[in-house]
Ligand binder design. Sequence first.
Ligand code: COI
Length: 354
Amino acid sequence: MEAIFDIPVKGTTHSVLHEVDWKNLPFGRYVSDHMFICQYKNGEWQDPQIKPFQNISVAPTMLALHYGQSVFEGMKAFRMKDGRINIFRIEKHHQRINASLDRMCMPPIPYELFATALQQLVSVDKDWVPEGEDVALYIRPLVFASEAKFGVKVSDEYTLIIMTGPVSTLYQKPIKVKVERHYIRAAKGGVGYAKCAGNYGGAFYATQKAREEGFDNVLWMDAFEHEYIEESGTMNLLFVIDEKLITPPLSDSILDGITRDSLLTIAKDLGIETEERKISISEIVKALDDGCSVEAFGAGTAAVVAPISVIGVDGELYHLPTYTNGSVMNKLKKALEAIRSGRTEDKYGWNCVV
Ligand code: COI
């Protein structure tokens, strides 16, 4: 993709690339040398720059700190088998960040600005893109209300920052999840589909409680009946029951996951039957009790796929079978990786080669 305009690279960088332990890339530990920053004022995005990664100074009255107008994205860039770098599904991430911004009364980001910023930032820090399986350069676009005024109002000013850092997949082993019947993540008519900061902060309490009980994550249920499965932790959720791939349909309480969408598309191409429909926890328990073959896994940008080994339901533990190379989850993951690494045809144009 051609860059539409040149973003100035300002300041002197003291690279910390040599500090990276490439064999151990926990999510969020490393931040690359540069960041993109841009301000929204007087009704337009202005002064885009790439600068050395640095602290920013904000007023204590800044609106995002008080009323939570803050949204983000999670994206990845991959090193392909021929050494080139691609950023995965820029268009879909752009649509999603604008949907989140709209829900939070924040201004949209023009596609040219978003795509150009991503490409130029990743090019400047190309040496930070790791090579190998299960690793990538994570990209975190963040927009927050930066007007300094604590009156309760929609901000007139915003800051967009994009930062990056090399990561491995979020979970290194199968996870144990607990069906959450009391606390909820999102309700009908709420902001669950938006990638706004409060959805994550609001989930910490229940997650922490589940961790105290020995689980890794919460399995979020619908807010009304507490029976229909919505998401798990920070991921979408997919099940395979007797070879059929089933996932809850998108709604205003479920994030439109880009890994979810990619896996569903790949599954259809592989001839796997897919269903986007409501799925209750009782249906999963029954399938396990009846001896059906069941897979359960989370899907998200940071996690890619996260196999679930145990589901805790009202005090009972249900163990799922081990995920072999032949599992549907692993077939889908491998097919996704083959596209991103350039080993198979990218027939949907998902890879934006930088
Ligand atoms: C992602 O999967 O990229 C996310 O944004 C979820 C999380 C790690 C915060």
